[in-house]
Write a protein that binds this ligand. Structure first.
Ligand SMILES: O=C(O)CCC(=O)C(=O)O
Length: 299
């Protein structure tokens, strides 16, 4: 008999303790899962091959950056070390234990310097049905310095309700500026009102910072000119879900997507109850195009 897939990620579930009592995990992994559940983030060490993979990822991506290029999306298409980091067995095993479904990375973002991104939760960019089956992992390719614009986050904010564009006050159709005009100010107000403490991820090369889909996070201002903060973010989905892009939805109808699957280089169809639900033509062509043309995006 096939065990049914959990409807809630274990780390988001009130049944986490019951699950841990029968899951047979190593005590240190169980402790990390509890910390992840309580705080919305956890730091993992990639082990002996981690630092070497970081060096290779830098060597394979460095030439793509320039004065106007701060971020490279999907460098994994051409940089094997980036793909290897995103598929690292330590990350994979932990995600599987934390969520109870098979994870797959679907996107990477490479940075040479701090992103200085405003506070947000990834649930506005990528979400799933059932909800919260999405996770971000931030790999430090070099030691993170306090003045280089570290990743910032609010401890425990993953427990707040997921904010949609409608919650943020958008009425009617979504426009490209909806994110800046509606979502960001409303989200930042909510986090300020929550009183949840802000922290910085001052992690070392070869460590990875994993955060839950709804954790408030962003990039701190860079306070030293020329400071680098080489890092890689990989975003993960989990098997057997509907995958969608809330920011692109016009109203309550989901904007489904067929995310890439870094394990195969192809894409995965969104699924409900084990059955494929086809996304729109544009999203389908986009997914196929990425697999065929294999071009990273710069910006
Ligand atoms: O690296 C950063 O500064 C922020 C990255 C981020 O917000 C994201 O990937 O969602």
């Amino acid at each position: 008999v096939k065990t049914p897939l959990p409807a809630t990620p274990w780390i988001e579930s009130p049944d986490l303790e019951t699950h841990l009592s029968t899951a047979g995990l190593e005590p240190d992994i169980a402790a990390k899962l509890r910390a992840f559940a309580a705080s919305g983030f956890v730091v993992l060490d990639l082990g002996p091959d981690g630092a070497e993979l970081c060096d290779r990822a830098i060597a394979q991506t460095e030439r793509r950056f320039g004065p106007s290029v701060r971020r490279v999306q999907d460098a994994w298409l051409r940089a094997p070390a980036v793909r290897q980091l995103a598929l690292h067995p330590t990350i994979n095993a932990f995600l599987r234990a934390a969520y109870g479904r098979e994870p797959f990375p679907f996107q990477t973002l490479s940075f040479r310097t701090g992103s200085e991104q405003p506070l947000h939760a990834d649930t506005i960019h990528f979400h799933s049905v059932p909800e919260r089956f999405m996770c971000g992992v931030w790999f430090a390719l070099e030691d993170v310095k306090p003045d280089a614009g570290p990743l910032i986050y609010h401890v425990g904010s993953h427990r707040l309700p997921v904010m949609t564009l409608q919650d943020a006050g958008l009425i009617g159709r979504s426009r490209p500026a909806a994110y800046e005009e509606h979502y960001l100010p409303a989200f930042q107000r909510r986090i300020a009102e929550s009183g949840l403490p802000q922290e910085r991820a001052l992690i070392r090369k070869g460590q990875a910072f994993m955060w839950a889909a709804n954790l408030a996070h962003g990039g701190a201002p860079i306070t030293r000119e020329g400071a680098t903060r080489r890092s890689l973010v990989a975003h993960y989905y989990f098997e057997g879900c509907l995958y969608h892009t809330p920011l692109q939805a016009d109203g309550p109808r989901l904007r489904l997507r067929a995310p890439s699957d870094l394990r195969t280089g192809l894409w995965r169809w969104p699924k409900r109850d084990g059955r494929i639900v086809l996304p729109g033509l544009r999203q389908t062509l986009g997914a196929v195009g990425r697999s065929v043309f294999r071009r990273p995006l710069v910006g």
